[in-house]
Design a protein around this ligand. Sequence first.
Ligand SMILES: Cc1ncc(COP(=O)(O)O)c(C=O)c1O
Length: 386
Amino acid sequence: MAPIGTGPEHDRLDFYRKDMAQLSQRGRLRSLSPRAGVDFSSNDYIGLAASDRLKDAIRAALDDGVAVGAAGSRLLRGHTEWQADFEFEAARFFGAEAALGFGGGYMANFALLATLPQREDLLLMDELSHASTHEGARAGRASVQRFRHGDVAHAEDVITNWRRAGNTGAVWIAVESLYSMDGDVAPLRELAALADRHGFLIVDEAHATGVFGPDGRGLTHHLEGRENVLTLHTLGKALGGSGALICGAKCLLDFMVNRSRPFIFATAPSPLMAVAGRAALQILRDEPWRRDLLQDHIACFNDEMARRLPRIQTSGSQIVPLIVGPDAETMALAAQIQARGFDVRGIRPPTVPEGSARLRISLNLNVTRQDIRRLTDTLEELWPDL
Ligand SMILES: Cc1ncc(COP(=O)(O)O)c(C=O)c1O
């Protein structure tokens, strides 16, 4: 007899079809759409992904016999000299004692939060932290609490209450330096001071690496070298490749090498990405004009918006959330803008909080000032009177 639920009369895909039908009814169905239009949506902030220098670095590496794949996990044959060189170089660049590479930022965050905080600890996360940190927290052992976005006083209140309950473990505060969907910046100095009193600070620099700080070292450059600060730098955004690095005290990274299952039981990143990452760090040093031009783009967008749509708030960074509110209006507006030739995406819950669906404008070097003016023209024309 067939096990329950697997007989020929049973539609094993039923649950999934129904779930998607429900999503569709609620206007929340996602689908993959090809690239089209002027790039106002990628995270290729300083235009490295298709840059000649990265391509040349990869070409030269291939000519030198570097393999495409790592062919094993890091603790076995996958630990290549290119990855080791890159990590050594990256640790120097980011002012850290050590650096450890991962296949992507999601995996790095997940691994970090699932591994380092211990059972008696508190993991305290900004409520707008990336999904990967929430999933890592769920997989880990520590108690998890959230604090209101960017609100250090609230973070401190949560810690005080947790201590009052008799807890003596370490507190791990996890934030992003530049928030991926809001484009605003965490109060890092205050958070570091709080971490000095209670434990550790983990800063996800995904959207700030390569864009902010001296040489593009990120917004944590003034916290470099502290034993209680860990930073995460993704390679798939401004650095133009893919993968991620965790930078921090060697002892903590050695612990990850020994205890972190997503690190231990995964194929090591491609050596070609290590080559690309190294080349990207060199470009950050050699080509400050990229960051300067991006700042010009940000200023240009803000000026144009202030003139055309003064009631709409922008941000001070290359990530500009234009909040529309309702999902349906947001997606309809995005579709209209796309039809004019711009790649602008609508972002809905659950990626962002309910009622705050938005257009996420990404300013980057794949667009010109003229493109920015044309986009703001279009926004002025199409922006709904809500
Ligand atoms: C803040 C933040 N952290 C981590 C990640 C994940 O990085 P990756 O795309 O390299 O997996 C993202 C990606 O969108 C992100 O926005």
